[in-house]
Design a protein around this ligand. Structure first.
Ligand SMILES: Cc1cc2nc3c(=O)[nH]c(=O)nc-3n(C[C@H](O)[C@H](O)[C@H](O)COP(=O)(O)OP(=O)(O)OC[C@H]3O[C@@H](n4cnc5c(N)ncnc54)[C@H](O)[C@@H]3O)c2cc1C
Length: 155
């Protein structure tokens, strides 16, 4: 359950994009920031778990780079084979392999360390814009299974 009724920023979706965006806002002094996901964390997400150099660069900007390097397996080259057998080899360090659940948790931790409030098990059902341009989220809480949907407002 969100602790406030109003936030400067509400980010819906705790994939790498959402967590990094929420952390970047908080680190830039924009807040309070609320980060929501409908899933209960840690959640399973199908993924090949490869974090490219470019992705690592972006995630390092919010303070998660060193941790990803510490828990990941280095990916020293990559080979892509098409269904008709054409193979492309990409030599050199391509990034890291990190299982998706721990990766998502690392990024939530980076956002939380920056002061972001994280709420899981919270499905956003709709976005409603009011007269002064603010967006309200009626939030359907999946956990705990009690109470009526809560609304949180963000600019
Ligand atoms: C099989 C597979 C393998 C892949 N392998 C790789 C790989 O090896 N390397 C790579 O870089 N990329 C890979 N990808 C792509 C990668 O998974 C996506 O690019 C990445 O997850 C997108 O991140 P995101 O932050 O945009 O959102 P997502 O990671 O998609 O997260 C979105 C989140 O929003 C939440 N959500 C959605 N609707 C609501 C709602 N109404 N209310 C609250 N929460 C909501 C969801 O629960 C989810 O947690 C793979 C994708 C697939 C399908």
């Amino acid at each position: 359950m969100p602790s406030r009724a109003e936030y400067e920023v509400i980010v819906v979706g705790v994939g790498p994009g959402g967590s990094a965006a929420a952390a970047a806002c908080a680190q830039a002094g924009i807040g309070p920031v609320l980060l929501l996901d409908r899933a209960a964390f840690p959640r399973y997400k199908p993924c090949g778990s490869a974090v490219s150099n470019k992705a690592l660069e972006e995630l390092a900007r919010v303070g998660a780079g060193k941790t990803i390097e510490a828990v990941g397996q280095p990916l020293d080259n990559a080979r892509i084979t098409s269904p008709d057998g054409i193979t492309l080899t990409l030599p050199g360090r391509r990034g890291f392999v990190v299982n998706r659940s721990p990766l998502d948790q690392l990024l939530v931790d980076a956002a939380s360390a920056a002061g972001v409030e994280f709420v899981d098990g919270a499905r956003v059902k709709a976005l409603v814009r009011d007269g002064d341009g603010r967006v309200s989220h009626p939030v359907q809480h999946l956990r705990p299974l009690r109470g009526s949907p809560r609304r949180a407002r963000g600019r």
